[in-house]
Design a protein around this ligand. Structure first.
Ligand SMILES: CC(C)(COP(=O)(O)OP(=O)(O)OC[C@H]1O[C@@H](n2cnc3c(N)ncnc32)[C@H](O)[C@@H]1OP(=O)(O)O)[C@@H](O)C(=O)NCCC(=O)NCCS
Length: 140
């Protein structure tokens, strides 16, 4: 069943997210849920969380984030159900323009989002910068 994400889910979510390079500190996770209590969902079977998806809104953009399903539970439609739950919740909040980032070589992720009607915005360039850390400036 799908239900809203809760603070108590943190340990299981870490195990789900970390292998996918989605990392939250406990403080970051608490903040995520405090800001988005009605748009983050998990799929639970028995006591086990099999998947998760989160919608975040910062006052400007509604974003889909941290979508993941355990490897052994993939291909059963759970990812799609989870993303649908986020979309319905966003709609309920009057948020209609939903955005997300996905790696260009993530065929499963792209297939999931396309199956729900998402389209690539090819006019957008995703840019990044790694600022020097204190360790970088500590030189010999
Ligand atoms: C992406 C991910 C969440 C998909 O979850 P899932 O539960 O396996 O997906 P679903 O079973 O709900 O499939 C949804 C749709 O995507 C398609 N799809 C899923 N995996 C696919 C794959 N590997 N190749 C091609 N299509 C795929 C399905 O056929 C389905 O399409 P349909 O409804 O038109 O038949 C899962 O693969 C995952 O956790 N990947 C690692 C984390 C990740 O990449 N997250 C997205 C980051 S932006």
């Amino acid at each position: 069943m799908i239900r809203l994400m809760q603070l108590e889910d943190f340990t299981q979510l870490q195990a789900l997210w970390e292998p996918e390079d989605m990392r939250y500190s406990l403080e970051g996770f608490q903040d995520l849920l405090a800001r988005n209590p009605q748009t983050c969902f998990v799929y639970q079977e028995g006591q086990r969380i099999l998947g998760a998806a989160c919608g975040t809104y910062d006052g400007r953009r509604a974003m889909l984030r941290s979508v993941a399903v355990l490897p052994e539970a993939r291909g059963r439609g759970l990812g799609k159900q989870l993303v649908r739950a986020v979309l319905v919740a966003f709609q309920g909040q009057g948020l209609y323009a939903i955005r997300l980032h996905v790696m260009a070589d993530n065929a499963a992720g792209i297939a999931l989002y396309e199956s729900l009607g998402f389209e690539a915005h090819l006019d957008v360039l995703y840019m990044g910068l790694n600022l020097p850390t204190p360790a970088d400036s500590f030189c010999c």
